[in-house]
Design a protein around this ligand. Sequence first.
Ligand SMILES: Cc1cc2nc3c(=O)[nH]c(=O)nc-3n(C[C@H](O)[C@H](O)[C@H](O)COP(=O)(O)O)c2cc1C
Length: 169
Amino acid sequence: MDVEAAIRARRTHKRYGPQPVSDETLRALLDLARFAPNHKLTQPWRFRVLGPSIRAQIEALAGEQEAVKLRRAPTLVLATASLSGDPVADEEDLHATACAVYAILLGATARGLASYWRTPKCLREPDVRTALDLGGDERVVALIHLGPALGEPPAKARAPLEAIVEFVP
Ligand SMILES: Cc1cc2nc3c(=O)[nH]c(=O)nc-3n(C[C@H](O)[C@H](O)[C@H](O)COP(=O)(O)O)c2cc1C
């Protein structure tokens, strides 16, 4: 699948098969993230592949209602941006990390995997941040859900090109 096809085919999936993504595939996907554009080569992205123990801890801290949602995908990858505290650099580093996350989603789509960019509220809670050993400099950007697709969600409507593009003479 070429890049344009992956961009058009990607969907937010909320239903997954039970098979976790192999470490080999995960490494290949996370490797794509390294090539995202980033100003001054700060490479601000950090990734944590969440194993059963930390997932159980987060679920317990988040409560059952949220835990049900956290169990939707067999593989979860937490993407954070390591920020310096400089407002301009931090803004750019968040943008760069978002690009890195998108690279992972597109790579997953190209491999026929389902994916989902989620930012659950529990990841902003101090006890969950502590369990994940998140540094004070780290901002959560995405909890990337990955796994086998169960069906194909319909494409969500987008505003037409004319509504968002202006050719400025
Ligand atoms: C920064 C960001 C945060 C998001 N957080 C959530 C979330 O917490 N929960 C959710 O259901 N979807 C979340 N999404 C996914 C969007 O809701 C989804 O991309 C949008 O509805 C368009 O659907 P599509 O991905 O199928 O094109 C997030 C997307 C982005 C870019």
